[in-house]
Design a protein. Structure first.
Length: 419
């Protein structure tokens, strides 16, 4: 009698976290390099338009980011019977999401071109074209994340970064239109690599478990909730810069924007923790203890990042951006603390998505309203007031959200699949 095949060993979280962290750092560095090089090769007006469109692209990717998390949860919680062929079903749903995102972007192409003074709708049209392959790439990343294939996920993150930078720079000679045409081409190339990574999943025939129509409705309902949560998180971690631009002088708002670089670094630096623990957060037997340990790791990394930024940040920022930015001083540590608190909030949101708990999204929206309200009414006279308000809001939100998701997630959540 032949023994049943053994399941592949699950990767250790430490090793997986290190691999994903290195790949994420490489991808973020590549994105930074793209912006810096474009700033050197494009005329000032074209560079401004390109940066504005890169911001629009981030908003357009919110559904894709949510899709990755939802796909990962479905893969991680599927039982043995539902797993064969599941990737095809999930990618079918993801293709419809990609089509919807692209159509919405296409519909706002002309208004966006007018609003951003692009002079032509072509750059925005190319941006819209890039969203379909980008959304599908995030779906594949969700498959890899849910299967805990973190080596393949890390490789894909680097491929996406390289093709994006390569495409954008290749088209830079043709202005913003060329940049985004190149980015779209790079996204298609990266998608081909992504599909190769999951080729074995794609050849399996889907097996229907339960009511397919009900499962489709549940999938899209879950996705909509995740989009709302990710959108609220994106707003929470970026709205302080917009508020600073509105209320502070041009000089001080420029200082705030420079300080926000430290926030962004501190935000993505520990993100690998949330990525690698997410599939296991969907497991009721591992969730509670794992969430506490993950939060402790993120908190520790955040404290180290904040202290290091307070001590070395002014020197590094002055070296990279100019002497005038050294005036932020140790205050840069507070900016880093804002980013670190944002990562704790992200961990709580991931835990809520893993257990299909929509309360965390509502808490994020309330915190966003509170942050905007406090800054708009009483805390907008200086860089310190705004960044302190952002930190207090996010730190309080992190404590509340983690406590809520830990308490509410103790109930067992039934496995789900997209049939």
């Amino acid at each position: 009698m032949t023994a049943p095949p053994t399941a592949p060993a699950r990767p250790t979280l430490v090793r997986a976290g290190a691999v994903v962290a290195i790949a994420s750092a490489a991808a973020n560095v590549l994105a930074f390099v793209l912006t810096i090089v474009l700033g050197r090769v494009l005329p000032l007006g074209d560079f401004g338009a390109t940066v504005a469109l890169l911001g629009v692209a981030i908003v357009g990717q919110v559904p894709a980011i949510a899709l990755q998390v939802v796909v990962a949860r479905h893969v991680a919680t599927a039982d043995g019977q539902a797993r064969p062929g599941q990737a095809r079903a999930l990618l079918t749903h993801s293709s419809l999401v990609a089509l919807a995102v692209t159509l919405v972007a296409a519909l706002v192409t002309l208004p966006a071109a007018e609003l951003l003074h692009l002079g032509s709708p072509a750059p925005m049209a190319w941006l819209a074209a890039s969203l379909a392959p980008t959304t599908l790439i995030f779906a594949v990343q969700g498959l890899l994340q849910g299967e805990e294939r973190f080596g393949a996920l890390a490789a894909l993150l680097v491929v996406v970064g390289v093709t994006r930078v390569g495409g954008g720079l290749a088209g830079a000679a043709f202005g913003p239109s060329g940049v985004f045409a190149g980015i779209a081409a790079g996204a298609v190339a990266a998608l081909l690599v992504a599909l190769v990574l999951v080729r074995r999943d794609l050849v399996a025939r889907p097996r229907l478990i339960g009511d397919p129509a009900a499962e489709r409705r549940a999938f899209y309902g879950e996705l909509w909730s995740a989009v709302a949560g990710m959108g609220a998180l994106l707003a929470l971690t970026n709205v302080d810069v917009m508020l600073a631009r509105h209320y502070l002088s041009r000089h001080d708002s420029g200082l705030y924007a420079a300080g926000a670089v430290a926030s962004k670094i501190a935000f993505w630096f520990p993100q690998a923790v949330a990525v690698v623990v997410f599939p296991r957060l969907a497991d009721p037997e591992q969730r509670e203890g794992l969430l506490a340990r993950a939060a402790a790791v993120v908190l520790g990394l955040g404290v180290l990042t904040s202290l290091g930024t307070a001590l070395l940040g002014p020197w590094a920022l002055g070296l990279v951006m100019g002497e005038q930015y050294r005036t932020l001083g140790a205050e840069l540590g507070l900016f880093a603390a804002v980013g670190a608190a944002g990562t704790l909030v992200q961990l709580a949101l991931y835990s809520g998505i893993a257990t299909r708990d929509r309360l965390i999204t509502a808490v994020l929206v309330i915190a966003l309203a509170a942050l905007v309200g406090v800054v708009a009414t009483v805390a907008h006279d200086s860089v310190t007031e705004i960044v302190t308000t952002a930190f207090v809001t996010l730190a309080t939100l992190a404590v509340v959200a983690l406590a809520l998701t830990r308490r509410r997630s103790r109930a067992t959540v039934p496995a789900g699949t997209a049939g």
